[in-house]
Design a protein around this ligand. Structure first.
Ligand code: 5GP
Length: 112
C-alpha cells in the first residue's frame, strides 16, 4: 500500500509543490510549524533514514543540496533548520523518508 507521500508524488492527492526533479520532490507541510515549513522527499520509497544504505549515498546528499537550493530560492537568509524524524518514538508519522526545512521564526535549542 502506498504512503501519503507516494500519493503526492503520483499526484493522487494535491500538495503545494515548490520543487521537483527526477529523484526528489518538495512541498509545503500541511500543518506548518514555522512560517516556512517544507518537506523534501526522495521519489524512491525509503521508509526512514535508518533504512537507507550505501546505494542511497548520492540520493541522501542530493536531498541536502535540494534543501540548500530551496532555502536560497526562498531567501531564507542562510537561517533555517533541517530535521529528520526517524521512527515513531522520534516523532515520525509518515513512513516515507523526508527532511523538514523550517525557517521564519526563532528556532530554540535543544529541539523538543
Ligand atoms: P513526521 O512527523 O513524519 O516527521 O512529518 C510528517 C509531516 O507530514 C508532518 O509535519 C505533517 O504535518 C505532514 N503531513 C501529513 N499529511 C500531509 C499531507 O497530506 N500533505 C502535506 N503537505 N503534509 C502532510
Amino acid at each position: 500500500m502506498s504512503t501519503l507521500f507516494e500519493k503526492i508524488i503520483n499526484r493522487e492527492i494535491p500538495a503545494d509543490i515548490v520543487y521537483e526533479d527526477e529523484i526528489s520532490l518538495a512541498f509545503k507541510d500541511i500543518n506548518p510549524q514555522a512560517p516556512t515549513h517544507i518537506l523534501i522527499i526522495p521519489k524512491k520509497p525509503i521508509e526512514k533514514l535508518s533504512d537507507a544504505n550505501i546505494e542511497d549515498q548520492a540520493l541522501l546528499g542530493h536531498l541536502m543540496l535540494v534543501a540548500g537550493k530551496i532555502a536560497e530560492q526562498l531567501n531564507l537568509d542562510n537561517t533555517f533548520r533541517i530535521i529528520i524524524n526517524n521512527g515513531a518514538g522520534a516523532g515520525q508519522s509518515v513512513f516515507h523518508l523526508h527532511l523538514h526545512l523550517m525557517s521564519g521564526r526563532p528556532l530554540s535549542w535543544p529541539p523538543g
